[in-house]
Design a protein around this ligand. Structure first.
Ligand code: ADP
Ligand code: ZN
Length: 298
């Protein structure tokens, strides 16, 4: 039997990626729209999905979002500074217009789900997916399910100690003094060195600091969740030399306390790039759509 057609929407603050595919991760069609004001953007999304014959839609949205199913504002984008998008009923508008079941989660949870089920975490029971780009976000899979918690985890805002030689220890996050996003996101690197991250050569001091912060994050994640694998993605991780440096520094920071052959002997299988490239969230959104029509197949 043919797999049902499903819709996927990766709702980003810069662009909206729409796709049609199936629950095995096959993407059959894809289109991308600039994220303008909701009154112009939402009709474009509805128009894209309207005649595609999809049975359900999965959305992975930029946040903050309300993920509590019992809440009056479930499926809304909440307190975003993005002009026009604060308190927009993102999911309800699409559900009512398309008249199909619509599943909703945040963008990093969708990406974590995609990587877990069909990417770098295939077959595992736990995984932490971290994206280091314009912001730093993370999705946590523990005991075979995505962790939502009270609001949703915000590992990107974990507090870190300044690396030696740090010239901007407060970082660029408007909320926190020295959080991961404030110290290690693409814009924080650009602000510190007055140069876009992608233009800094591999031997630049910038990458020692970046390695230090991302290794602090990995060490914190390991002691907090003990995941079976950590996936590091996002624009900044295009600098592939970072992986081996972060693995080595993470081991140093753990100081031999966490005993695991996987972490200690084969760290190259433990801290890894995404296997789905830039499709992690779209594939995850297809899986979210499938879950809403087949809740038993998690
Ligand atoms: P977003 O986080 O906006 O969804 P990305 O994950 O692609 O998208 O992150 C974009 C950020 O990543 C840019 O602001 C830039 O700082 C950084 N970046 C993009 N490409 C590279 C690169 N090749 N090397 C280092 N940093 C990069
Ligand atoms: Zn912060």
């Amino acid at each position: 039997m043919d797999l049902p057609l499903l819709g996927a929407l990766e709702g980003g603050g810069t662009k909206m990626v729409c796709a049609v595919g199936t629950a095995d991760g096959t993407v059959l069609d894809r289109a991308s729209f600039e994220t303008g004001l909701p009154e112009t953007t939402l009709p474009r999304l509805i128009h894209y999905f309207q005649d595609k014959g999809i049975q359900a839609l999965g959305i992975g949205s930029f946040g903050p979002v309300d993920l509590r199913a019992e809440s009056k504002t479930y499926g809304y984008i909440t307190s975003t500074p993005k002009p026009g998008w604060a308190y927009i009923p993102f999911m309800p508008i699409l559900r009512d217009a398309l008249e199909i079941p619509v599943a909703f989660d945040n963008d990093v949870n969708a990406a974590a789900l995609g990587e877990w089920k069909l990417g770098a975490g295939c077959g595992l029971n736990s995984l932490v997916y971290i994206t280091v780009g314009t912001g730093v976000g993370a999705g946590i899979v523990a005991e075979g399910r995505l962790v939502h918690g009270l609001v949703h985890p915000e590992l990107g805002h974990m507090l870190l100690r300044p690396e030696p030689g740090e010239i901007n220890p407060r970082g660029v996050c408007p909320y926190h003094d020295g959080c991961l996003e404030g110290l290690a996101s693409g814009p924080s690197i650009q602000k510190r060195w007055n140069m876009p991250a992608r233009e800094l050569p591999p031997d630049h001091r910038a990458w020692e600091l970046e390695t230090g912060y991302l290794a602090q994050c990995c060490a914190n994640v390991i002691v907090a969740y003990s995941p079976e694998r950590i996936v590091l993605g996002g624009g900044v991780m295009q600098q592939e030399f970072l992986y081996s440096r972060i693995r080595a520094r993470t081991l140093e920071l753990l100081g031999g306390y966490v005993r695991s052959d996987i972490i200690e002997r084969t760290p190259e299988t433990y801290i890894v790039p995404p296997a789905l490239g830039n499709n992690s969230a779209v594939v995850g959104a297809l899986l979210l759509a499938n879950q809403i029509i087949h809740p038993d197949r998690g």
